[in-house]
Design a protein around this ligand. Structure first.
Ligand SMILES: C[S@@+](CC[C@H](N)C(=O)[O-])C[C@H]1O[C@@H](n2cnc3c(N)ncnc32)[C@H](O)[C@@H]1O
Length: 226
């Protein structure tokens, strides 16, 4: 286990200053990851698995850059953030300048399928495939092609009320993978090291959101590729 060089609260404060998308598009599922969830992911990747410090990191579907900027802040060697949306990428660049981390970060406005190469670590909060079927699977497949280790966030199959209540107090809970993702990951040459569930809360953003805020469980898959 890597020594914790940055306090989680400090990381969360930095991430909360990374501005979200000003005009999120529903078809791209452009909601910004809450700072607390991003901090959990980065903390697990950096300090439980030693996959951030001095590593080459890729953030697929980076949006305005929370995961990428957080990785640079924690000590990644170089970080590349990719998003199909030019507005998001411009804002990600601006966010990295404001946080004085721009030298470690490269931003690419492109479809993830245009990306080639090999990275130590891929981080992603992909579209969950709610608006565009299979979007999450395309991201997962591409991430496993590009990364030696993959940290991928997915909508959880754990929806039961008691479990959600438990998550509110526990923050992070280890769970078993969904049968579908287990098979999908294995078929694409990956091995699941762990699955962590967290509670995600996003504000009312899109016309089809019916409540003021939307609260649901998300699963972080930690995957090693062969
Ligand atoms: C759920 S948002 C996450 C944004 C950011 N990573 C975060 O966690 O705050 C998904 C992102 O994927 C981007 N995206 C969707 N399809 C894409 C594609 N084919 N290639 C690249 N980016 C894509 C969207 O523009 C959006 O910014």
């Amino acid at each position: 286990m890597q020594k914790r060089l940055v306090r989680k609260l400090e990381l969360e404060m930095l991430l909360s200053q990374v501005k979200p998308h000003p005009h999120p598009k529903p078809n791209l599922e452009q909601y910004t990851i809450p700072a607390s969830i991003a901090a959990n992911i980065l903390y697990i990747a950096a300090y439980t698995y030693n996959d951030i410090i001095n590593k080459n990191v890729l953030d697929l579907g980076c949006g305005t850059g929370r995961l990428a900027i957080g990785a640079a802040f924690l000590g990644a060697k170089q970080v590349v953030g990719v998003d199909i949306d030019k507005t998001a990428v411009k804002l990600a660049f601006k966010n990295s300048v404001e946080n004085e981390l721009k030298d470690k970060l490269q931003w690419v406005a492109a479809d993830i399928n245009a990306i080639r190469g090999k990275f130590d670590t891929v981080l992603q909060n992909p579209p969950f495939g709610v608006q565009k079927r299979r979007a999450d699977r395309n991201f997962l497949k591409k991430a496993m092609e590009l990364g030696n280790k993959v940290y991928s966030l997915h909508k959880s199959s754990h929806k039961n009320k008691d479990f959600i209540k438990k998550l509110k107090s526990a923050n992070i809970v280890s769970v078993s993978p969904s049968l579908f993702l287990k098979k999908f990951i294995k078929n694409h040459g990956g091995e699941i090291k762990a699955v962590y569930t967290m509670l995600m809360t996003i504000p009312h953003m899109f016309f089809f959101h019916q409540k003021k805020k939307h609260e649901f469980a998300v699963d972080l898959y930690v995957i090693e590729t062969r």
